[in-house]
Write a protein of this length. Structure first.
Length: 600
């Protein structure tokens, strides 16, 4: 019994170690807002284990992935603050102290619920964009399907912390779906002012209330409420009168919506007036890589109205800003984020051109089979020992005779000549060009290599032959326009042209030239290699000549036709490209500030 348990434990350890040595890989990460639900979608190359934790104190959802690795492009922060949902920023990082564990921290604007759904190789974290977006039917259906549902916020958000007056009033002043826990009361009044109704509820419930005078201008209210919590009755009356409540300890201050807006506008006006009294300071910012004029166009939107000023010193590429301390701090963050080195991309190309030719020849030689026959000479005078035999293994392309025979006279047979031809030729060639080019992001760069050769020419003028030389040139040109994306990939517009020499039409003529071109747009990971073109060309030819009808006779037809001579040729052009950013860290593509412009 113990032996079996020990073996089972050993197998479990071996399996666990195998899993650790072969972690899953993240293949895609993207954030998708859909109406009132936002989705964090993570794809893997195989199923993984995911665990979700909700930290309500810091308003964070923590998604832990076990036995997982990821490339750098998937470990970059996702700024979701521009969306109207509840997610503000998503930070992926390796979990400290654990091997092959990655954590995604989702910072929320407010505590909302989430549903963790795992389907095959995909993990989906569904997040409410407002509390209550998940209906009870949706939550129940998810639970029935075995999907992890976060319902830990039900008590904190919908129900007050306690039944005390202070907690109930705090719950009433918040927006969203509420659950009422106050003591039940009944109200049945006719043509009663809002002030009196509010005082009745305050006296019944035991909290203090301050009512603004503008509430007296609202028309009287007739209402009949039976056996409902007092906080629900208070919330209902406030909604009917479009009233706004503010809590201070156990004191509830109630105002009309118009009065609350006026006070808010007055407060903003006071703050603006205070800002106009703030002292101005001057700060000089050196601009190293960005265009100062373009930078000023961005910073103008952050100047204090009617007070801030900004200028450029063209000689030293400095920006001079005069504004309040808060405005200058905002501009400092913008300049530190945007004034980075322009990414420089090194493109390594390999142009491979392969040629292959094959020829096979088998049969009689060009002279074919020839003989004579003498039927008139008397038999006694015929010679029978005048035959001769010769053998040749020549490799001449025109006459490759493996066997030839010649007989002058043999009895009545005279002038017998034939040659058997057997030849196979094969040629292979490969031309490799390896141009390299480096350029800045979104800037076109070109490199050209030209090969010029001299060829002898002859011209005839009035019977006089003049010999000379003429230059023939071919070139290879590579033009690339790279663009580095925010996730570190490289988009390239590639234009490649390659020229070459071909065989001349005549022995004394100039060679012909060939031209092959490729134009394409590709997206490649930094440092990866992509094949952008493969031009494949093949040709087959077979020539047959002989005496009509006789060359088609079975068995002996080969005596009356030329040698079997098929020719096959094949050429292929393949282009490999490897782009690489040479200044990743200086250009801000490595260890990028995960907070970006949050809070500017």
């Amino acid at each position: 019994m113990f032996k079996w348990i020990f073996c089972l434990l050993c197998l479990t350890c071996v399996f666990a170690n195998a899993q650790d040595n072969n972690p899953a890989k993240i293949t895609n990460v993207h954030f998708l807002p859909e109406g009132e639900i936002s989705k964090l979608i993570i794809d893997f190359d195989r199923p993984v284990f995911a665990e979700r934790t909700h930290i309500k104190d810091t308003r964070q959802i923590i998604l832990d992935l076990k036995n997982v690795t990821a490339q750098k492009k998937f470990m970059r922060g996702i700024d979701t603050s521009e969306f109207s949902g509840s997610a503000d920023f998503i930070s992926p990082y390796k979990k400290p102290g654990e091997k092959n564990s990655i954590r995604f921290a989702v910072q929320l604007r407010d505590n909302v619920r989430s549903i963790l759904d795992q389907k095959g190789k995909r993990v989906v974290l569904n997040i409410e964009n407002r509390f209550g977006a998940f209906s009870r039917a949706t939550l129940k259906k998810a639970e029935d399907n075995g999907v992890a549902v976060d319902d830990s916020l039900e008590e904190k958000v919908l129900i007050p912390k306690s039944a005390s007056i202070s907690d109930i009033l705090e719950n009433l002043t918040q927006s969203g779906v509420k659950k009422y826990v106050g003591k039940k009361i009944s109200i049945n009044v006719n043509n009663v002012s809002y002030r009196e109704l509010l005082k009745m509820i305050a006296d019944t419930s035991g909290f203090n209330i301050i009512i603004d005078d503008q509430i007296n201008e609202l028309p009287p209210l007739t209402i009949s409420l039976t056996n409902i919590p007092w906080d629900q009755a208070l919330d209902t009356i406030m909604n009917l009168g479009e009233l706004v409540a503010f809590k201070h300890a156990n004191i509830l201050t109630v105002k009309t919506g118009q009065k609350a807006r006026e006070e808010r506008e007055a407060k903003l006006a006071s703050q603006n007036a205070n800002r106009r009294q703030e002292p101005l300071v001057t700060r000089v910012f050196p601009i190293s890589f960005a265009d100062p004029n373009a930078m000023v166009g961005i910073l103008n939107d952050y100047l204090s109205p009617e007070r801030g000023a900004i200028k450029i010193d063209e000689r030293t590429s400095h920006i001079i800003v005069k504004d309040t301390i808060d405005a200058i701090e905002r501009m400092k963050k913008i300049i530190e984020t945007l004034d980075t080195e322009t990414p420089q991309v090194l493109i390594e190309a390999k142009v491979v051109e392969a040629n292959e030719d094959y020829e096979f020849r088998a049969g009689l030689g060009r002279r074919g089979l020839s003989f004579g026959y003498d039927p008139l000479t008397p038999g006694a005078s015929l010679e029978d020992n005048s035959g001769s035999f010769s053998f040749s293994s020549a490799t001449d392309a025109e006459f490759s005779n493996i066997l030839s025979a010649s007989i002058g006279v043999y009895k009545r047979l005279t002038g017998l000549n034939f040659s058997l031809q057997l030849m196979e030729s094969e040629s292979k060639g490969r031309i490799i060009s390896s141009p390299k080019i480096i350029t800045q992001n979104n800037q076109a760069a070109s490199i050209t290599s030209t090969d010029t050769q001299k060829f002898k020419t002859s011209t005839v003028n009035n019977g006089t032959v003049t010999e000379g030389f003429e230059d023939v040139s071919v070139s290879i040109n590579l033009t690339v326009t790279p663009k580095v994306t925010n996730d570190g990939s490289i988009s390239m517009n590639v234009d490649l042209t390659k020229g070459g020499f071909t065989a001349p039409a005549t022995a004394d003529g100039l060679p012909s030239t060939s031209n092959k071109a490729i134009n394409t747009n590709v997206l490649v990971d930094n440092g990866s290699t992509v094949v952008i073109g493969g031009l494949y060309q093949t040709s087959t030819s077979e020539i047959e000549a002989g005496i009509p009808f006789l060359k088609d006779l079975p068995l002996i037809g080969w005596l009356f036709r030329n040698a079997y001579n098929p020719n096959r040729s094949r050429s292929e052009l393949i282009v490999f490209l490897t782009p690489r950013v040479v200044n990743q860290e200086e250009a801000g593509l490595v260890n990028r500030d995960s907070e970006g412009l949050v809070g500017i």
